[in-house]
Write a protein that binds this ligand. Structure first.
Ligand code: A3P
Length: 327
């Protein structure tokens, strides 16, 4: 990746958030930029923690800090997903719910979403920002496996966890296409991200495991009081009801007008447009908004590939009540 492309990436993804953070808590700006250059863009060997693989920019020390030292507060919200399951969408919904009364807070929250709020991303010093951030209710995000997140601490502190799940066929297609737009790696074919082969993705799982194992472990919390499962396909089909349910889970009472505003502001078209105007949806960056549909896998997967996913779902999740919606 050229220096010019790298600087452009930092300009649109990292700088806007940094600019909004209180100046006294921006002491590590240089360190963060150096970190991005060395650990995100010029990253070599994949990081590993307790046998789980991490993506570039995601650091074992930062994961440990979040597990052992980060103090969660009553009202904190943690959005958990396996990549490409609707992280950005549900995070934006949560932000719109929490900060609907104050556009400046909403702007700050969106600005820090990508590189500060992820439990595993960045240098440990970034926690200075998240620990002091002037948000009445903080939010965090993570793609980490259940074993590496102190979910007990989150929930016992009065924090809430939202787990977003998506059908594995669309998720695989989404990941494959997303990775082709990343600065640091490409998959050779769609096969690389299939259950049989997900070890090649090696994101947030142990060798040989993939999305389905990650989901299986998180899903054990489904009946916990401070834990809610949100389904991508349900959110697509019925955003009004699902967004209302998320607000209720978070203890926030929306007026009808607020609810409809949030539905509108978090629609695929509105979010894509916002990303285009902020520059994050550019070539060579991380293009998150692709199709935003359910069932798009039908244009990409062969019958044999689709059947393979079905078999894996049965094998790994057959004992649960999970029933994926594939369109
Ligand atoms: P596709 O690649 O299938 O289009 P994540 O945020 O976890 O990386 O997930 C990205 C996926 O969510 C992409 O799926 C993206 O288009 C979709 N997405 C993001 N915002 C969305 C929205 N507001 N409505 C529908 N889908 C959305």
């Amino acid at each position: 990746m050229s220096d010019e492309a790298m600087n452009k990436f930092i300009d649109v993804w990292v700088d806007p958030g940094l600019q909004l953070v209180d100046p006294e808590h921006r002491t590590h700006v240089k360190e963060y930029k150096k970190f991005m250059e060395e650990r995100f863009f010029k990253w070599g060997k994949q990081n590993e923690i307790d046998g789980y693989f991490l993506n570039p920019g995601m650091e074992p020390g930062t994961v440990r800090y979040a597990y052992n030292q980060l103090k969660y507060k009553n009202g904190d919200v943690l959005v958990v997903t396996y990549p490409k399951s609707g992280t950005t969408w549900v995070t934006r919904i949560v932000q719109n719910i929490l900060y609907r009364h104050d556009l400046k807070l909403l702007e700050l929250a969106i600005g820090v979403s990508q590189f500060y709020s992820y439990l595993e991303f960045g240098p440990v010093s970034k926690y200075e920002v998240m620990e002091n951030i002037k948000l009445p209710r903080r939010f965090f995000g993570t793609h980490l496996p259940e074993a590496l997140v102190n979910s007990k601490k989150v929930m016992q502190s009065g924090g809430k966890i939202i787990y977003v799940m998506r059908n594995p066929k669309d998720r695989a297609v989404s990941w494959y296409n997303f990775v082709q737009s990343l600065p640091y790696r490409k998959h050779k074919s769609l096969e690389d991200v299939f259950p049989k082969n997900e070890r090649k993705q090696r994101s947030f799982v142990k060798d040989g495991e993939g999305y389905l194992e990650s989901l299986r472990e998180w899903y054990k919390h489904k009946d916990d009081e401070n834990f809610k499962v949100v389904v991508f396909e349900e959110l697509r089909k019925n955003p009004i009801t699902v967004i209302q349910n998320i607000a209720t889970f978070l203890g926030e009472k929306l007026t009808d007008e607020e609810l409809m505003d949030i539905v509108e502001m978090t629609s695929f078209a509105a979010m894509k447009k916002q990303a285009e105007s902020s520059g994050t949806q550019q070539e060579g960056g991380m293009q998150i908004f692709r199709k935003g549909k359910a069932g798009a896998w039908k244009d990409h997967l062969t019958v044999a590939q689709s059947e393979l996913v079905d078999r894996k779902v049965k094998e790994i999740l057959g004992h649960t009540d999970i029933k994926f919606t594939y369109d």
